[in-house]
Design a protein around this ligand. Structure first.
Ligand SMILES: O=C(O)CCC(=O)C(=O)O
Ligand SMILES: [Fe+2]
Length: 375
């Protein structure tokens, strides 16, 4: 059963109407590959001097690059591996299952692929994602309650579940598999606890980073703790299938992130690019490090000191790529206001910002973003 989203069928018209662009894009784009500033968070525990230096280096990277990478961040490699395994399992499901409304009992639109509003090759994303609003994760449990109704013998179900899942809280779906011409049914288990464990660790890390970055800005110590919680954040699992069409450029189209900061774990394939001083540069992947990028809200909060950089992912012709992005967001009611005067941006709530994005995307196909809130 096909697992890949039907990109070609869905975007046939775009492919056909862009023959000229196809011609042009046979030229191979070459981008400079850069290594992001590397911050060793282990230095925070060495002594007051090393700690101050580490925080200053991080703040400089946030101001000059908007991106940096971190090691000794406290999230065990073993947990990152487990998260990746869960992610692979999700995307290996038949497309028909993934695109069901209640896939994994999550809200509609949790599974997304391509770009439903794509009008040309320029705004087509060659990727599929599972977007988990963290307040929804507890709903995943309900699937356990539903599963006995699924057409599999209870005993077989238990044995299969135990052998496929390494935790006691799997979320199960039954999927059809074709083996030697025979259709068989296998349960698909997603370890909810691995996702929760990762989300909890990522939340602690994100809060620590946000607080360190706030130190030189005079932002109240409790600001992030009061306005952000695991349930206001989200986790996006991304898969970028190999893309056979040279005319397709993007795994994810250029964008900035709508949050305070994002923590990204990625494999070794590469493809992330950021726009630095007006030029696109490729980020050299470092599977031992996590990538951190500043989002729109920290740019506004820091009164433009920290940069929410436009970034994108380039589609790869040969290899699939996986990444997982943790978005550190406040609650909808949180009002974001610059930490110094005169402020570049007028104050706005997350809710207001989201609403503006929704209108702009509908009207222009683009999020527009912070420039809408300049004085
Ligand atoms: O895949 C990546 O490296 C980045 C993903 C990203 O930018 C996002 O999910 O917002
Ligand atoms: Fe992003």
């Amino acid at each position: 059963m096909a697992t890949e989203p039907p990109f070609f069928e869905k975007y046939k018209a775009i492919f056909q109407s862009s023959a000229d662009e196809k011609e042009k894009s046979t030229m191979v784009d070459v981008f400079e590959e850069i290594e992001l500033p590397l911050i060793d968070l282990g230095h925070l525990n060495l002594g007051p001097f090393e700690r101050r230096e580490c925080i200053e280096t991080m703040a400089r990277a946030a101001a000059e690059w908007g991106f940096f990478q971190i090691v000794n961040h406290g999230i065990p490699e073993e947990l990152l591996d487990r998260l990746n395994q869960e992610q692979v399992k999700v995307f290996q499901q038949p497309f028909g299952k993934k695109s069901e409304d209640k896939f994994l009992n999550l809200s509609a639109q949790s599974y997304r692929w391509g770009n439903p509003l794509a009008t040309s090759l320029r705004n087509l994303s060659w990727s599929e994602t599972l977007h988990l609003s963290l307040k929804d994760i507890s709903k995943m449990d309900e699937y356990n309650n539903l599963s006995p109704r699924l057409p599999l013998q209870p005993a077989a179900y238990v044995v299969a579940t135990m052998s496929l899942c390494h935790v006691s809280l799997p979320m199960c779906l039954i999927s059809n598999h074709k083996t030697n011409g025979m259709i068989t049914q296998e349960p698909f288990c997603l370890a909810r606890s691995t996702i929760e464990e990762y989300a909890a660790e990522a939340n602690v890390l994100a809060q620590r980073l946000a607080e360190h970055l706030a130190q030189n800005l005079g932002i109240r110590a409790g600001y992030f703790r009061e306005n952000c919680s695991p349930s206001s954040c989200s986790l996006r699992m991304n898969r970028y299938p190999p893309c056979p069409y040279s005319s397709i450029k993007f795994g994810i189209v250029p964008h900035t992130d709508t949050d305070f900061l994002t923590i990204v774990s990625q494999d070794q394939v590469g493809g992330l690019q950021l726009k630095r001083n007006g030029r696109w540069v490729s980020v050299k992947p470092n599977p031992k490090a996590l990538v951190v990028n500043i989002g729109d809200f920290y740019q506004a909060l820091s009164n433009g000191k920290y940069k929410s950089l436009t970034h994108r992912v380039i589609a790869n012709r040969e290899s699939e790529r996986y990444s997982a992005a943790y978005f550190y967001c406040p609650t909808y009611e949180t009002v974001i206001e610059s930490c110094s005067k005169p402020s570049l941006y007028r104050r706005f709530s997350f809710k207001e910002y989201r609403e503006q994005i929704r209108k702009d995307v509908k009207a222009t196909g683009d999020k527009v973003g912070l420039s809408r809130f300049l004085w």
